[in-house]
Design a protein. Sequence first.
Length: 425
Amino acid sequence: MLLVLTIALLVAVVAWRVDHRLCASREEKLRKRLASLSGMQEDSSLWYHVEAIAKRLEQLSKELDLERIKRQNDLEIINSVVDGMITVGEDGEILFANRRAKELLDVSGKEEKLEELHESFPILDAVKSAFESEKTIQGEFTFHRKRRHLQFSVTPVILPDGKRQAVIVLHDVSNEREAERMLREFVADVTHELRTPLTSIHGYAETLLDGGLEDKEAAVKFLKTIEEESARMSRLINDLLDLQKLESGKVKLSMERFPLSEAVEHVLYIVKPIAENLGVTLETDLEEGVEIVGDYDRIVQMILNLVDNAVKYTSVKESGEKLVSVRLYGSENGGAVLEIEDTGIGIPESSINRLFRRFYRVDKHRARSLGGAGLGLAITKEIAEKHGAMIDVRSEVGVGTLFRISFPPVGGAENESSRADSEET
């Protein structure tokens, strides 16, 4: 019995020593681990280690919050860039697309690969070429779905882990292409408008030099034609310069307050003899005391363009009443409304939206015979916009046309004119 107890005691002592050594070993490892985490000495108190680690964790939490905010700010900046940015992997997977890229390519958010985007074939080919050549590939294509012209560049990027990605940058050049198209049309229109009078002038001058002066009657006719064509060219050039100045803001408007009826009556005094010769009746209904703030001469020019057009395009009507009505009255908001209505040939609905474009004419041959170059309404629109006025057009072919100009209240017009003056200055 004593032997058994002795053996048991020895076993217990050995077990205790082994467990004590294991605990010491674990405690030593724990102290080393805590020291590495807390940055303190190994022999420091356990609670000091715990307190230092807690402070370190709190600091790391703050750093993570700052990093998260920084990433959010960076993302917001990238989303605010005017150009689209897309990152794709080698398999074409879309890893990132900023807000502008989604807008330009009409991305719904469900697309996971580049090939799933609408009309993405030019970009797909560029990505493939960029990965193969390891060079930036640039190009341009038309995104018909949105009627946009897009320039793009694809740059391959090799990451530190060896993976390859491509960064796609999209730039919308629709406005530039539209400006180029309009410039081409403008040059073509000006060339066309100048070619006809120049040809006539050259031809008649050549005839006169070749002996045409001997026939005085024919010479007078030729010289009259030369004078008319020269005047036509002068009007065209003056209108172009006038329109350019208005569009560029280089025209200084002399803004003053005056009754709009004065400008209307001045225009009617000019147009009345022309209307009588063309067999067109002028009818007026002008409310007294309706005032606006504007440049008197420019307002007269705008009204004259509209009334003159109404008279001319009513005179060419083959049958029916030939009447042009001019009405002026105050609006509910304290502004002024001027209406010029005719019973002329009318304007097709498809042409109304293009009516104020430079050189646009519904019937080019008829407009040219009436002396128009297609700039009057463009100038009219610019004058109206400079005065904060809106022009509304309603027309029916064979029935007539109504132009309604709505001027802002005198207070609003004064504020608008002051703002326009400051911008020009």
